[in-house]
Structure formats: C-alpha cells, structure tokens
Ligand binder design. Structure first.
Ligand code: CMC
Length: 429
C-alpha cells in the first residue's frame, strides 16, 4: 500500500497521498485539499512547492548533483554537443547517429530569419538592451508562422522547436551587430551550431575570419551547462504560459523575459559589473563581503547563492576550470578573474556564507569567459537564453503532452479590504 500523510486541521484530520520520485524525493499530494477541507496551502516564493512531476532534469542541491534525463552534467559537458543535449532534453533520449544527423541538418536549414525581421532592428534605440530585442523578435516570429493549421500539433511543435533553436543565435547576433553599427552577417549553414554563432557575432564582410576552435569548444560547453535546470523561474514561466495553450513562441518569449532579472539569468551581467566596480574602487574584497552581510544594505554578492544548491553548483566547478583553460590558452591575464577567485576564497571561509550554504553559482565565472570571448556584458544573459532554450522547449512539450493537463492557476489568501463602499468622487478625501 502506498504511503499517506496525515494532516490535522481544526475539527478534522485527513489523509493525503505521498508521491515518491525515482530518486526517492517525497511530496504530499494536496490537489484535493481544498475540495475536501476548504483549506489551501500557502508558500510564498514557492520555497517548498512542487508544481509538477517531471522526467527531464534531476537536481540534488544538497549533494551538488545535476543530471539531464539521468545523465550527469559532468559527462555531458565532456562528451556531448549542444544539439545532441538539446535532442536529449526535448526527445527524452540520446539520438542515434541517423537521428542526430537528421536533427542537426534540420536545425541548420532554418538559421535564416525572414528578411522583413531585419527592419525591426532599425526601430530599436541603438543602446537597446539585447534581452528586450531577443524577447521582441522571438515574439514576432509567431506572426511569420501563423497560418499552419494544416499541420498536426506534434509536427507543428517539432517544426517550431527547430525554428527556435536555429534562429535564436541569428536573432542574438543581429542585435549585437546592430548595436555596434556593423553589417548583419548571414548564417553559414556549413558550420557547426557554435561556430556559426561566433561567425555571425565576430566576422565582417570586409575580411576573412577564422572561428577559434577553443572558443567553439568552450561555447558548446557553456550552452550544455545552461541547457536545463528544472523548475527555475523562467522554466516555470514557460510551463505557465504553455498551460494557457499560447504558442511556443509566446511561451519562450515569456521565458526570456523572466530570465532577464538579476536574481536569475541577469546575474551574470551583474557579476562583471560588481567585479569591475571592486577593481575600480579598490580596497579589497573584504569590504564587499561585509556589505553583502550587512542587513541594512541591499547589496548581495552576485553569482553567489542558489535556491536549490546548498553545496557547490556543479556547473560552477566546470565553468571555473573552463575559464582557467580559455584564459591561459588565450594568454589573457584578466584582473577580474583574480578578483573573482579572491572573493570566492574569502566568502567560502566566512561564517555568514558557510552558515547559509552560499556557494558560487553558474553565473559567477561564466561572465569572465564571455568577456574573454569578446561578448559585451549586456549580452551575457542572451548567452544564457541561447543555452536554456532546449530546456524551455522540453518543459513546454512535457507539459503539453501530459494527459489531462490543466491551466496553471495558483490560488491566494486575500488580505485586502473586506466589502467596501464605492464612495462618489466628490466625497472622496
Ligand atoms: N549575498 C549575500 N547574502 C545572500 C546571498 C548573496 N548572494 N544570497 C543569499 N543570501 C542570504 C540572504 O540574505 C538570506 O539571509 P538571511 O537568512 O539572513 O535572511 C539567506 O542567504 C537565504 O537567501 P534567500 O535570498 O532567502 O534565498 P533565495 O533562495 O530566496 O534566493 C538567490 C536565491 C539566487 C535569488 C539569492 O541567493 C541571490 O539573490 N543571489 C545573488 C543573485 C544570483 O547570483 N543569482 C543567480 C542564481 S543562479 C542562476 C539562475 O538561477 O539564473
């Protein structure tokens, strides 16, 4: 017999089913709680709420474990390619060679964006934030593919998946080129996914550009590491929007907007700003650690802490090693990297950070790599979005294929005015 939990409420005691995951994670299923008792649960910030069951990604935040479809992130980081990882997340299994070739070729064939979209870029201010451009252009994609009712829902989803994976690097690179006044570079479909992105970012029609194989390798690694992270803020947003049956383009646009915030993907940009400020102001890392601990200050150490990880973020470990490798091979001595290491060392010894289990997260070192690659700070979160895209798509698909799925609609406890009078305007104070 499956386990149950007993809940004692004023005047009644009820039994609730316990749901056990494949890694022995346990949840109390409260879906019938309100119908049975009139009570709901309250959990501000979803600190303790499982919004769904999912077979995509497993995280053990205490042990620092991250697996996509059961495969450890360390293995994928070493052996996989970004498109293979995308296939794994979206389709639920590693592709065989024929499946991978078919998928890769399909993505390659959809890298161009409609010529009319190029004109949108003229409408944005020159200094427009690239995350705003990314969200706007992705949202606009639905207008170019709105008359496709003849396709089955599954075919439509699969085609839009390919379109998004193929076009997002082009959309992102165009935003960068526009911001620096250079001509937009068309994709080169003979190149790999990561080579093509670097080509669109850094080549010009004026001279030959060879894509650096090490940069390609590190970019591939970073995209894999960012590809999914179960029910984070942007992914939950994508699931939420998908639950309304809005289009995949709409759901991904919403995910991009959610990712933008500094508590989420925007932290990688803030890390570099913080380190730059530290370097410019001088005075050592201690000053900033003390400020981060001061409850009267709003300052937090950006790139530190995580809702789920109470141990080293396994992605941060891999990124730190990649950062060392890239900078030493490129013979770059970045004072920000030295400062980051100094800050990490000091924070990890500090009782405030130890007690709260605050460790460097995925955003702490990634910005230093992007900087070394020549990617401007404002575009760091765009890089995160390129990586996270397959995760968003996989979750939207999982949600949409769930039999009997319902619109996501949390409840609340109302704490406003009780029944109030409508006072006519001349009598209002
Ligand atoms: N610097 C100083 N104190 C911190 C930090 C930090 N970076 N992070 C958490 N704390 C403190 C926090 O003040 C609180 O202290 P107390 O218990 O005394 O009130 C305690 O640690 C618990 O933190 P919390 O804010 O309640 O935890 P949370 O799960 O709500 O927030 C977080 C997680 C990631 C938003 C937060 O750690 C943070 O703001 N970090 C900096 C921003 C950042 O690096 N974000 C990227 C997250 S990883 C990638 C991603 O998700 O996109």
């Amino acid at each position: 017999m499956s386990e149950t939990a007993e809940l004692k409420l004023p005047g009644q005691t009820i039994e609730l089913p316990i749901v056990v995951g494949t890694e022995n994670e346990k949840a109390v299923d409260i879906s019938n709680l309100r119908a049975k008792t009139g009570f709901i649960t309250l959990d501000n910030g979803y600190m303790n709420t499982g919004a769904c069951t999912s077979a995509i990604t497993f995280i053990d935040g205490e042990k620092g474990i991250l697996r996509y479809r059961g495969i450890p992130i360390e293995v994928l980081a070493e052996r996989s390619s970004f498109l293979e990882t995308a296939y794994l997340l979206i389709e639920g299994k590693l592709p065989n060679q024929a499946e991978l070739d078919f998928f890769t070729n399909r993505v390659r064939r959809h890298t161009m964006i409609h010529e009319d979209i190029k004109r949108f870029y003229d409408g944005f201010p020159r200094d427009a934030h690239p995350m705003a451009i990314l969200a706007s252009v992705v949202s606009s994609l639905s207008t170019f593919y709105q008359h496709e009712e003849s396709r089955s829902e599954a075919d439509h989803f699969s085609l839009n998946t390919v379109r998004l994976l193929a076009k997002l690097p082009t959309i992102a690179a165009y935003a960068y080129k526009k911001s620096i006044g250079q001509p937009l570079m068309y994709p080169q479909n003979s190149m790999s996914y990561c080579e093509n992105f670097l080509h669109m970012m850094f080549s010009t029609p004026a001279e030959h550009y060879d894509v650096d194989p090490l940069m390609t390798e590190i970019l591939n690694l970073l995209l894999i590491l960012h590809a999914d992270h179960e029910q984070n803020c942007s992914t939950s947003t994508v699931r939420m929007v998908s639950s309304s049956k809005a289009s995949l383009f709409a759901a991904i646009t919403a995910g991009i907007c959610a990712l933008w915030g500094p508590r989420h993907g925007g932290a990688n940009e803030e890390v570099i700003d913080m380190l730059t400020q530290m370097r410019n102001e001088g005075g050592g890392v201690r000053k900033y650690i003390d400020q981060a601990k001061d409850k009267n200050s709003k300052f937090k150490l950006m790139g530190f802490g995580h809702r789920v990880y109470k141990n080293f973020d396994p992605r941060a470990k891999i990124i730190k090693a990649a950062c060392d490798k890239l900078l030493s091979k490129m013979k770059i001595a970045d004072p920000l990297l030295d400062l980051a290491k100094e800050l990490e060392e000091a924070a990890l010894k500090d009782s405030y950070f130890i007690e709260r289990k605050l460790y460097p997260n995925v955003d702490f070192y990634s910005g230093i790599i992007y900087k070394a690659m020549g990617i401007p700070t404002v575009a760091f979160t765009v890089m995160f979005a390129l990586g996270r895209l397959p995760g968003w798509i996989a979750h939207s698909k999982e949600y949409s294929n769930e039999p009997g799925n319902k619109i996501n609609r949390p409840r609340q406890i109302y704490i406003g005015e009780p029944l109030a009078e409508y006072v006519s305007i001349e009598k209002r104070k």
